[in-house]
Design a protein around this ligand. Sequence first.
Ligand code: ADP
Ligand code: MG
Length: 455
Amino acid sequence: MSRTHDQAALPRLWQGALRELSGVLSAETLRQWFGVIVPLGLDGDEIRLGVSDEFFANWLETHYGDLLCDALARAAGRPVQPRYEPGHGVDEPPEMPAMAAVPPPTVSGKTLPANCRSRCTFENFVVGPENRFAHAAAMGMVRKSSIGVNTNPLFIYGGNGLGKTHLLQAVVHEAVRLRADAVVEYVTCEEFVSLYVDALKKQRHAAFRQRFRRADYLLIDDVQFLAKTKQLQEEFFNTFNSLHNTDKKILLTSDKRPSEIDGLEARLVGRFDSGLTVEIIPLGMETRLAILRKKQEEHLMKFDDEVLYFIADNISSDVRRLEGALTRLITYCSLSGAAATVATTREILSSYLEQEMTARITMEAIQKRVADHFDLRVADLTGSRRPKNIAVPRMIAMYLCRRLTSHSTTEIGSAFGGRNHATVIHACNRIGAERGVAEHVDRSLGLLERQLQQR
Ligand code: ADP
Ligand code: MG
């Protein structure tokens, strides 16, 4: 991969990404987590980011990895992967975020919360059968509810990039638009946690309480993270009750339904489920196409239908990725002046298509393939028996899960009958060492990888 020679490209990209992030994160979060990162270099499609240590890198990756990739892609007009380099960050965040303060977006003169993206409105939300109910319920929360059932709290859940945050922010826009003096508290769960911890440290607990209890609307994004802290759940429970009792509106989003959030107290599950719980399911072909059509209009572009069809067909239902792919294509076409055909699109989006392939390979598929290959049952691989004829296939399956999926060693361990991550690491090292040395292992691996990638 070629090293870029444009000296200004790195700071420009980093500033651009921070600017993008400032649209979705509070100034404090930005300062705390991104102010301490030192951009070190730009190598092709990879940006090297200096961070203090491994722990910080992991935390950042788990909590803000997607957001950061998204921001980098927007700033660069192409996908750019962050690579963290521990031992190079600064320890103390600077007083101000590293970029010039960006004025918060406004709706006809009224100020929106700074973490709200101006384009995330109801008007810009494409409705399809998969999200229609969630859309109607969110709209009903601010406009006069037409559903006629108890919709408070509204709990929207579903997979990554299906528009939960978009809908939540659309409610913020609409609430502020309809009533300038509405008190709207919108925070991500992470922000809620860090505000709470901060309040405890500074002994400003009462101010924290008051802030959230005087809200007309309380909107919390990604509440699955609440489950991490017991004390916070208690605090949140009280806030929730106080708002709910006075009929204030509450909207929560999560990646799972309340009862499936690991570690969430039963009483909170009960509260979250006491209003309306709506799922957004993965978007089908028609809705994906409609989204691409709308986005190309926003960019004043017009691609052939078959090109849009190709993208919608090949990129999964994560709308973030759909948008990223389209942005990349638009950038390419406007730089080169060439019109996109299906063939050029395939080429330009090749890295996206490869990633899709990886995303489609599941651990179940790997276990099934490996079991078939060695004439075993999947239950043999995931069971506790450890005769020799099973041990090697099991290690191969673990190794393939590590290589071909993005699951952590802990997740892989639990998919193999609750083994711990050290077992998985051992298996990966062992098979990795035999690769290219032991012929029978090599042959099996080559064949299995090919079969899995062709699916
Ligand atoms: P989630 O919070 O569910 O992970 P987001 O709301 O952040 O997903 O959506 C990811 C991106 O896709 C955002 O840029 C959002 O504006 C866009 N998006 C998602 N669903 C739709 C939709 N139905 N119509 C238009 N844009 C959408
Ligand atoms: Mg979200």
